[in-house]
Design a protein around this ligand. Structure first.
Ligand code: BJW
Length: 239
């Protein structure tokens, strides 16, 4: 086994105090998704959307990586084969947990994107007050986030990594949002072993060869230990 692709979702950051989306007390409970996570919602009420992401940005800055992020940081440091951590999360907790091979397919909360000159800037303050773009000076910054109906980032790279993967692992995601929810089937098609780590079975649970249930802060360090000690079963069928 050499190539690993890991998909993470909001559940891996839940124990860092960041809300998930679809839980009863989740983000969509107080903020209708079509209002805050679509380009149409942003066009209708930019102030509301900027406030929502200003609050999210502040929460990200106040959060710290948990044992699950740290374990993936350890895996990244010690795994000499190919590794890609594809995260749907907009927080930077994987990076602060030590991981380097991270791809943010739904964008980054600490990035602002200028709709006028297309520049992207690291952003830690608010956007609701309409700051000018540091590159062109126009007041046209939006959160650098992939909303519903928009194309997630770097899909070609993701599908290429899945096609090469020996092991595909999904951590803390409900499997409700495409294209990420379809990655497990892609991985199965290309012959990878598939494993799900989640508090409860996801919508696509039946597609995984193995499911381990529990909190990410316990499951992920245990799973990383298994992989690094090579006690993980060989993923591909012998030729
Ligand atoms: C724990 C835990 C603990 C809790 N330990 N686990 C009809 C059919 C199919 C598709 C479509 C359709 N109609 C429209 C579409 C496409 C649409 C879509 O999927 N809609 C669905 C609602 C059906 N998708 C899109 O529009 C995407 N773009 C697109 O498809 O472009 C075209 C394209 C075509 C072909 C190829 C490529 C592209 C864009 C999707 C953008 C999603 N954006 C959001 C918001 C922005 C980011 C942000 O604000 O943060 O991304 S939505 C939101 O959901 C966010 C998340 O990244 C995403 C996934 O959520 P996640 O992470 O799974 O969170 P939850 O809350 O759902 O689940 C948490 C999980 O954690 C649970 O399972 C818990 O059990 C678990 N958990 N605590 C372990 N301690």
């Amino acid at each position: 086994m050499n190539n690993i692709v890991i998909l993470t979702g909001a559940g891996i950051s839940a124990e860092s105090g960041l809300k998930t989306f679809r839980a009863e007390d989740g983000l969509w409970e107080d903020h209708p998704v079509e209002e805050v996570a679509t380009p149409e919602g942003f066009a209708r009420n930019p102030g509301l959307v900027q406030r929502f992401y200003d609050e999210r940005r502040a929460s990200i800055l106040a959060a710290a990586p948990n044992l699950a992020h740290l374990a993936l940081g350890r895996l990244d440091a010690e795994w000499s084969g190919e590794l890609l951590i594809v995260t749907q999360n907009i927080d930077d907790l994987h990076e602060r947990g030590g991981a380097r091979r991270v791809l943010h397919m739904h964008g980054e909360g600490l990035s602002a994107w200028c709709q006028s000159c297309d520049a992207r800037h690291r952003w830690t303050g608010p956007l609701r007050n309409g700051p000018p773009c540091p590159a062109c000076g126009d007041v046209a910054l939006r959160p650098d986030i992939v909303w519903f109906g928009e194309m997630p980032y770097r899909m070609g790279e993701i599908y290429a990594a899945i096609a090469r993967a020996d092991l595909f692992v999904s951590i803390g995601t409900s499997g409700a949002v495409y294209p990420a929810a379809g990655f497990v089937q892609e991985a199965n098609r290309s012959g990878a072993r598939t494993v799900e780590l989640n508090l409860e079975p996801s919508a696509g649970s039946r597609w995984f060869a193995e499911t381990r249930l529990g909190p990410a802060s316990e499951l992920v360090p245990e799973w990383v230990g298994d992989v690094l000690s090579a006690s993980f079963p060989s993923p591909r069928q012998p030729a």
